[in-house]
Design a protein around this ligand. Structure first.
Ligand SMILES: Nc1ncnc2c1ncn2[C@@H]1O[C@H](COP(=O)(O)OP(=O)(O)O)[C@@H](O)[C@H]1O
Ligand SMILES: [Mg+2]
Length: 333
């Protein structure tokens, strides 16, 4: 028997930001709808002895895109992924892939692949052997090991022992393992951890390619900035609860715009700007003004006859936007 679909108020989430079509929209979704590649997490809760790691969490992930599953360390990301993969039981709520909980999937390897932790390899094995053992366990032909090694660009290192691999190589090996069954859905836990910028760029292109094939890619990270250019959509959680789901583009648009001005006539400019402006003076010759365009500042300076040496728009740190959603009810767990 299928567990009951959580309904109504028990899905209660923190007040959603304007324009957020979260729980209300999700409410309409049947987690058991047989839509290939769709992930539905509905009212999901995991209570460890004393810690509620995941707390009435709800979100959906659609195929054909890369979705960032974001939250600070301890937010409950790994625990959620483990429940999606049937590795740990749920306390309540439902997590489905293509309309079924993991344990009810007809062909789990074809349906979902995952890379949860780069450190869980047998270090004395070669990358190729590691994958061949997984092939044998999953009833897949051994030749699949070499195919996925090639996909992730690891063929040259196939016969080296895993203990000699860099962090980036381990991440690629984990990814290769997740791809063995050619799955429709890929769950990656912090895949950019330990990658250098070149590795992150490679990962970005690779995941985008998989999404373009119509797969569902869910990538967890505790750093928005690290995945902002990789993901189309975001699910942000904190303390095991949903904080925000939407397009990454909308999130980026919320990043505060400031205008940076350099002038030897700071005092005159301050007078011209008036008392309403949100201004920060950072040195004798530099100001930051929030929530205005550089054009507007230029116009005011021109009208007041204030000579400007430099005028530029700066985007507030992306991480700051992320923190706005995650820092409420603080405390590191
Ligand atoms: N097996 C476990 N037993 C007890 N507590 C756990 C267990 N696994 C995770 N936790 C706790 O659950 C919370 C969420 O952890 P986790 O899902 O790993 O977060 P994240 O992956 O977002 O960093 C943390 O407080 C963590 O310490
Ligand atoms: Mg984690």
């Amino acid at each position: 028997m299928q567990p009951a679909i959580p309904q109504g108020p028990q899905w209660g989430q923190p007040a959603p930001p304007p324009g957020y079509a979260g729980p209300a929209a999700i409410d309409q979704l049947n987690p058991y709808a047989p839509i290939p590649g769709r992930i539905v997490v509905a009212g999901l809760t995991k209570q460890f002895k004393r810690i509620r790691a995941v707390d009435n969490l709800s979100f959906t992930v659609e195929p054909g895109s890369v979705t960032g599953f974001l939250g600070p360390n301890g937010a409950g990301k790994t625990t959620t992924l483990r429940m999606l993969l049937g590795l740990i039981s749920t306390t309540s709520g439902v997590a489905t892939i293509g309309g079924r909980p993991y344990q009810d999937l007809g062909s789990p390897l074809r349906t979902v692949g995952a890379a949860l932790e780069a450190s869980s390899f047998h270090l004395a094995r070669t990358g190729r052997n590691h994958l061949r053992i997984l092939c044998a366990a999953g009833g897949l032909p051994e030749s699949r090991a070499d195919q996925v090694l090639q996909l992730v660009g690891m063929t040259p290192a196939a016969n080296r022992k895993v203990k000699s691999y860099s962090m980036g190589m381990k991440q690629r090996l984990g990814l290769a393992a997740g791809l063995l069954g050619d799955p429709q859905v890929l769950l990656l836990d912090e895949p950019t951890n330990g990658l250098d910028p070149e590795g992150i760029r490679w990962m970005r292109g690779f995941l985008r390619g998989l999404a373009a094939q119509g797969r569902t890619i869910l990538v967890s990270s505790h750093l928005l900035a690290e995945v902002a250019q990789t993901v189309d959509d975001v699910v942000i959680i904190a303390h095991g609860q949903s904080r925000r789901q939407g397009k990454v583009a909308d999130l980026l648009a919320e990043a505060k715009q400031s205008v940076r001005v350099r002038t030897s006539h700071v005092d005159q400019l301050l007078t011209a700007l008036g008392s309403q402006a949100a201004v920060r003076r950072t040195s004798a010759t530099e100001l930051y003004i929030d929530n205005v365009t550089s054009k507007e500042v230029g116009r005011i300076a021109h009208q007041a006859g204030v000579e400007i040496d430099e005028l530029s728009t700066v985007q507030a740190d992306l991480e700051e936007v992320f923190l706005q959603y995650t820092r409420t009810g603080a405390g590191i767990r």
